[in-house]
Structures are given as C-alpha cells and as structure tokens.
Ligand binder design. Structure first.
Ligand code: HEM
Length: 523
C-alpha cells in the first residue's frame, strides 16, 4: 500500500512538473513572439500609416476588390508615393508598395529570400499543385530551369499558326453576328469570347488538343472557367477559407468535381504520350510527330537537367494545369482592355490598323507571322500602354524569409506580407505624368529612355517574373492585328464607363461592351 501511495505521489509530481514545464515553455514562446512582433513594429513604424477605420479594427474591410478599392489605391499612391503600412487585421501588418524604390529590392531578391505569400495563393493549390506558380525553394528553382527552354523564341514561333487559326474562329463568329445585325453596329461583351479564344490556343499549344471550345461547350474548358470563378468566390467569403469547411459546402463540392475533370484530362494526355515515348523510343517518337509541331507536353517530357533528372508525370501535369490557368484569363483581360482603350481612341486605333494593313499588303494569306511581330512598333506601344493602364494582374504578394534593407535605411522586416501593387506602380504620378491618360507614346524609344524597369511590371520582374510573357505578347499582337483588319471598334456612349473589378485578374463589373463595325470591303 505504502509503495503504491509513493508511486502515486511520484506520478502526480511528475505530471505537475510536466504541466508546469509546458506552461513555462508556452509562456517563453509567447514572450519571444511578442518581443519579435514589437521589434517588427518598430521597423514598420518607419512606414507611413493611412488613418484607421477605428482603433480596434485597424484597416480591416477598408480595401476591397472593387472600382472603389482601386480609387483608394490611387489616393494612397498620390499621398504616400512609395508605400505605406496597412493593418489588414489588428495583428496582421501588410506593406503596400507601389514605387521602384520599395519594389526593386523585393523583385530582385532571390526566390528563397522573397517567396510568395501563401495566404493569397493557397486556394489554387488543390488545382495547380506544385506547378511553377505555387512551388518554392529548390523545387521551384529546378523546375524554372527545366521549363525556361519551352518558352524560347524558336519554340514560340511554331505557335503563331495556332494564334492565327484561333483568332479566325472568333472573327468568323463575330462576322456572322455582324451579318445578322444587318448593317447596324454589333454590340458585344468582349472578355468572355476572348477568354474562350485564349483557352482554345492554350489547349492546342499545351496538349495539341482541338476542343472547338469557341464554337461548342467543352467539359474540360467549362471546368477551368468554373474553377477560376470558384476561387474568387472563396476569397471573398472568409467562412469558406478553412479547407475542411469548404469541402463540405456546395461550392467546395463543385470545386472538387471540376478539379477531378481537369486533372483527369491532363493525366490522360501525359500518360498516353509517356507510353508512346516508351514504345517508340526517343528518336522514332521525335521523327513521327504525325505532322504536328512539338507542344508543351512533348517539351516537358523530353526536358532534362545537367544531372540527367527529368520531370515526373505528376510534375508535368501540374505545370500544364498551371499554364492553362495562368495563361488564359490574364491574356484575355490584357486583350479586352486593349480593345476598350483603342475603341476610346480612334486616332491610335487607325494608326495601328494602317500599320497592320501596310504589313499585310500584297500578301497571299493574311496570317501574322513570327517575323511580323517586330514590325508592329506602334501596335506594341499600344499594348504596353494598355497593360500599364489596365494591368491584368493588379498585385502580387511576397513574405520575406529575412530582413530586406531599402536604400533609404528602412527595412522590410522578415515575415511581413508585402503587397506589391502593379496597378499602384503603373498609376503613380511620380513615375507616369497624367497616369489616367491612355498615351502609347510613353513607350516610344525616346520616351522610354532612362525609365526604371521596375516602373512597368505587368509581368512582374526578377527571378519570379512571368515565364509566359513572350507567349502572351505574341498572342496579343496576332489577335489585335487580325481584329483591327476586320473590324472598327467603338465605345457605346450610351453606356456608363465600366466599373473595374480587380479579382484574380482585372475585369469589369458588368463585362466590357464594345460596338464592332465590319470594315467595308473586307471578307
Ligand atoms: C498578359 C498576359 C499575362 C500576364 C499579365 C501575366 C502576369 C504574370 C505575373 C504578374 C506573374 C507573377 C505572379 C506572382 O509573382 O505571383 C506571372 C507568373 C507566371 N505566369 Fe504569367 N502572365 C500572363 C500570361 C502568361 C502565359 C500566357 C503563361 C503560360 C503560357 C503564363 C505563365 C506564368 C507562370 C507559369 C508564372 C509563374 C512563374 C514563376 O513563379 O516562376 N503567364 N504572370
């Protein structure tokens, strides 16, 4: 009995010691966290802070993905010029940056020092997996090296035929609708058909798959469109942020179903190609491409690093899904706002049209070819100015793994979310006089001299810039050149100006509507 009693007291003492040790450990960690947070706040206090909503909520709920939210960014930029501190929640500081002086150190930092912030990208993970957009560290660096050759000019030139072909499908549809409008101008919402066009080209360039999605519904393409809109809805509903709650909701179930459709399509293409490669052997497989050019899947199957490592089927599928996502809405948004800007500036539109007509004069086919892309200087200036005024991606975020010093002596502290505002930088009056005016001549060679490269960043910049930017620029040039050689674009003055909506990409609240008039004498 006495032994049992002694053992019992010993166990009680051990348990008590354990609990006290746990408590002390917890207190110590809390103390360290508070000390670290205070040190961070001391560094952050060197950044100006806009007035709070109230002392309890900080700026909570003040920044929105609406026209008003963008106007608020304009006001912040006009007042603070380089950046400011924003309290997303009372304990969540966010640095909002909109000037090369504050952006450059982050943009040029290695992907290890300034990785992406997971808060903003996490919802895409079940869909895009460990593709280039969402991966980090060594994996990202290795994949970026392996994927870069797939975007070289020699590869891209083979896609020009696809860009032309997909645009002709759109023009045929618009032509038929214009004929049905019997001479009157055709009123069209342009973002949605341009989205289908960019999905169509990507599906051909990545998978060599012809779904005819511009003419008939495609289950795979519908699933991608659904996933994009569900991600935006989830972002706006904090209750649906935890995955375990989301997967139980009806949105979450639709998300899972659409992911299954997309993943099944991609896995099927990758596995079939892999089997063909194994069956035929490398050279015979290369020789027997059945007349089609290499697509992204072929290139990713063949790519090897210096140690001979290749990409697995899962790696290739994640990258293909990432290109489909990252390449479609961005390019469609860039194109839609470009058409809108040209419609509002008939003199610039006419100058682009003349440039295209002179280029195509006397040709047998009216296709835009790879060599033509550098022969459209004014059209290129218009595309750049439109990407400045209406950047498809309005902001990107980072969270540094170490302190990043700025030139003026301030420091971006480790662990703080940095919202790098592409929109704010492009609308910063210190960098761009009269930023709201559409003026392509800003990008003439003379006017571009001496400008900081970090003041124009539609594709971001530095090691994590957009790998698809040459692809996107080439596609935009082909699409706009062909549209301008068939239609005159005008704005409908009876409609109020579009209310911009910065979601995953820059949209317009009720769509972007334009009047299209067929050019006389063009078939
Ligand atoms: C006008 C069209 C486009 C715009 C404005 C655009 C913009 C951007 C931006 C701002 C980023 C940086 C994202 C971040 O830091 O979080 C990015 C990354 C990326 N983009 Fe694009 N993009 C466009 C078209 C494309 C196309 C056509 C593709 C592929 C075919 C593509 C593939 C990617 C990928 C894979 C990344 C991640 C790169 C990395 O982290 O290493 N993009 N894009």
């Amino acid at each position: 009995m006495a032994v049992a009693g002694a053992l019992g007291s010993l166990a009680a003492v051990a348990l008590g010691t354990f609990v006290v040790a746990l408590l002390l450990r917890w207190l110590w960690d809390a103390l360290l966290a508070v000390t670290r947070f205070r040190a961070t706040c001391r560094q952050l206090n060197k950044f100006p802070t806009p007035p709070w909503r109230n002392w309890l909520l900080g700026h909570t709920g003040m920044g929105q993905s609406t026209e008003q939210g963008l106007q608020q960014v304009d006001a912040l930029v006009a007042r603070y010029r380089h950046g400011c501190l924003w309290w997303g929640l009372p304990w969540l500081p966010v640095l909002r940056l909109f000037h090369p002086s504050t952006l450059r150190p982050l943009l040029s930092a290695s992907a290890f020092v300034a990785p992406k912030d997971k808060t903003f990208y996490g919802f895409l993970k079940p869909w895009l997996g460990e593709g280039l957009l969402l991966s980090s560290g060594q994996r990202w660096a290795r994949h970026r090296r392996l994927l870069t050759p797939a975007f070289h000019g020699d590869v891209l030139r083979a896609y020009l035929g696809i860009f032309n072909q997909s645009t002709r499908v759109l023009l045929a549809k618009w032509g038929a609708a214009a004929a049905a409008a019997a001479g009157g101008p055709l009123e069209m919402e342009v973002l949605q058909p341009l989205s289908l066009l960019t999905l169509d080209t990507l599906q051909k360039c990545i998978f060599s798959h012809e779904s005819h999605c511009q003419e008939q519904p495609s289950k795979y393409i519908q699933a991608i469109l659904e996933l994009s809109s569900l991600v935006v809805r989830r972002q706006l509903r904090p209750l649906l942020h935890p995955w375990w709650l989301y997967r139980l909701s009806s949105d979450g179930r639709r998300f899972t179903r659409a992911c299954t459709t997309v993943h099944a399509f991609t896995a099927d293409v990758v596995q079939r190609r892999r089997r063909a490669l194994a069956r035929l052997g490398h050279q015979a497989w290369l020789d027997g491409h059945q007349g089609r050019s290499m697509d992204f899947i072929d290139l990713l199957l063949l790519t090897k690093d210096e140690d001979g490592h290749t990409l697995s089927d899962e790696d290739i599928a994640a990258e293909a899904d990432t290109f489909m996502f990252e390449g479609h809405d961005t390019t469609a948004s860039g194109l839609a706002w470009l058409l809108y800007n040209l419609a509002g500036h008939p003199e610039h539109q006419e100058r682009c049209r003349r440039e295209v007509q002179e280029l195509l004069a006397g040709r047998e086919t009216a296709d835009i070819e790879w060599e033509d892309l550098s022969q459209l200087p004014f059209t290129t200036m218009c595309i750049k100015e439109s990407l400045r005024l209406h950047p498809p991606v309005t902001a990107v975020s980072r969270r540094c793994t170490e302190d990043v010093p700025l030139r003026d002596g301030r420091v971006i502290p480790k662990g703080v979310i940095c919202l790098m505002s592409i929109y704010g930088t492009h609308h910063n009056p210190e960098l761009w006089p009269d930023p709201e005016v559409f003026n392509p001549l800003r990008f003439s060679p003379e006017n571009s001299k001496g400008r900081s490269p970090s003041s124009f960043i539609p594709f971001s910049a530095g090691p994590r810039n957009c790998i698809g930017q040459s692809f996107a620029m080439a596609e935009m040039k082909v699409v706009v050149a062909l549209i301008l050689s068939r239609f005159v674009l005008r704005r409908d003055t009876a409609r109020p100006p579009p209310r911009r909506k910065p979601e995953l990409i820059l949209r317009a609240e009720d769509g972007l509507w334009l009047l299209l008039e067929p050019l006389v004498g063009v078939a």
